[in-house]
Write a protein that binds this ligand. Structure first.
Ligand code: FES
Length: 161
C-alpha cells in the first residue's frame, strides 16, 4: 500500500470529536461515530477511547469509576456488576485464588480483550478518534449492533424526559 493509500484509509475511519480543551474539561464524552458509540475519556494526562457499553451485559461505562487497584493497572469499573476493564487495552480482569498455595491469596488475572478500544490522536488542539476495525469479534461488539444501539438510545431518551 502506498503512503497516499495509508492516509486515505486513516481518514475513512477517523473522526473529529472535539477541541482538546473541551474534552479535557468534560473528562468524558460519548460520541456516535460511524456505526459505533464510543466513550472518550481524559484521565491523568492521557486520552482513551472504548466502546461505551460493557461487554458483559451492556452497562453504561460512561458512569463507571476509574480505579488503579488492579495490579497497578488502570481500569474502568462497570457500574452494573463491577466488572473491571483495563482502560488502555480493553482486557477483562478477574481475581482468582490458587487453592494449593497457602495462605490463600487472590491474584488478578486476565480474560483477554473483551472491550474494543480505539485510538485517540491530538493535532493542533483538535481531537480525533480512529476506530479499531481489527477483525473480531470482540465481546463488546455485541452491544454495538443496530438492535442494541436503538434500544439504548430509546432508554436514554426516556430517562431525559
Ligand atoms: S454490564 Fe458491566 S459488569 Fe455487567
Amino acid at each position: 500500500m502506498s503512503s497516499d493509500e495509508d492516509v486515505a484509509a486513516v481518514s475513512r475511519h477517523s473522526y473529529f470529536i472535539g477541541k482538546k480543551e473541551n474534552i479535557i474539561q468534560a473528562r468524558r464524552v460519548v460520541k456516535s461515530v460511524g456505526e459505533r458509540d464510543v466513550l472518550v475519556i481524559y484521565h491523568k494526562g492521557d486520552f482513551y477511547a472504548i466502546d461505551v457499553r460493557c461487554y458483559h451485559s451492556g452497562g453504561p461505562l460512561q458512569e463507571g469509576d476509574i480505579e488503579k487497584d488492579f495490579d497497578g493497572r488502570t481500569c474502568l469499573v462497570c457500574p452494573w456488576h463491577k466488572y473491571k476493564i483495563t482502560l488502555a487495552e480493553g482486557e477483562g480482569l478477574y481475581q482468582a485464588v490458587d487453592p494449593s498455595v497457602k495462605p490463600l491469596k487472590p491474584t488478578w488475572c486476565s480474560k483477554g480483550i473483551k472491550q474494543r478500544v480505539h485510538t485517540v490522536t491530538v493535532s493542533n488542539e483538535d481531537v480525533f478518534l480512529t476506530l479499531n476495525n481489527s477483525p473480531g469479534p470482540i465481546d463488546s461488539d455485541y452491544y454495538q449492533t443496530e438492535k442494541y444501539r436503538n434500544t439504548f438510545l430509546k432508554e436514554g431518551q426516556k430517562k431525559t424526559k
